[in-house]
Design a protein around this ligand. Sequence first.
Ligand code: SF4
Length: 350
Amino acid sequence: MRPTGKLHLGNFMGALANWVKLQDQYECYFFIADLHALTTDYADTSQIAPNTLEVALDFLGAGLDPERCTIFVQSQVKQHYELPLLLGMITPLGWLERVPSYKEMIENLAHKDLTTFGFLGYPVLMASDILLYQPQFVPVGQDPPAHVELTREVARRFNFFFPRGGRTPRDAGKHPDIRPVTIGMWEGDEVLPEPQVLLTPSPKLPGTDGRKMSKSYGNTILLTDPEPVVRQKLKTMVTDPARVRRTDKGDPDKCPVGDLHKVFSTPETLAKVYDGCRSASIGCIECKGWVADALVQVLNPIQQRRASFTEPQVLEILRDGSSRARARAHQTMDQVHAAMQMTLTGDTGR
Ligand code: SF4
């Protein structure tokens, strides 16, 4: 997750809540992507460090447990600088230019100069972030993003050029750029396995203006918002446009507040909302009060857990997690170097 500021309910429901479950099922690595922040915000880095701390606190508040998963900061694991350089050497430019978010972000962030090497190459950074841990799965909340597919393609290309233990004679001549470099046994296991997508449920979460909850729209409910702020934000939330007056009937299926009820309220409350809204027997203020009650129930434990960590404790957790991540990434890089025969001894890792 990028350190762009405090996290909001959309981040929680879209990713964090699932990560908390995954930490008991898999060996998990979660990181704060401060190098990615540089791809768009390189001109002002002053907020990256304070935001990193805020995101770490939100991770911990949401329930990520440093005893059950590895939480680290990307820039503190130097292999995140190293692998992108090597993978960048084999990634065709066309693959990067056709990532859908590339043109989209250049248009959306027209006030920033994104015609940089770093921005064009950020999918390679992302692929490296994943492949450094040789994972089986990448958790994804919605349709698999193009980056994951690109990661798989980059891994495939790497493994084709640089199989573990060197290239066998039968590989020679399959690709015009490839000449046999060593005669060795193909063992079938790849240095950079192609990760699979692990689709995790991610409900639609509208912001206060009815659009997707997003920091860039300024429509978020933060995980740190105190109860009065949550209630105030909900008061201004848009509703079914058909309910202009209190006596007008509405439809929760056409109302962003109804969408929040579907995610956070009990079946009993949801039934009251459908009934009361469709018969105009409840007002929107009352209905918003119910969803605020449910949100406060979700946010309270997160905020209590968050408040139980001091800054020195968080820094220690990040230091320890980064050290564990470095050790794991180091193992991968040893294999990468061996496969590429970029070692002083010429060892190919067989
Ligand atoms: S009563 Fe609730 S669901 Fe119906 S329009 Fe008002 S806020 Fe939306």
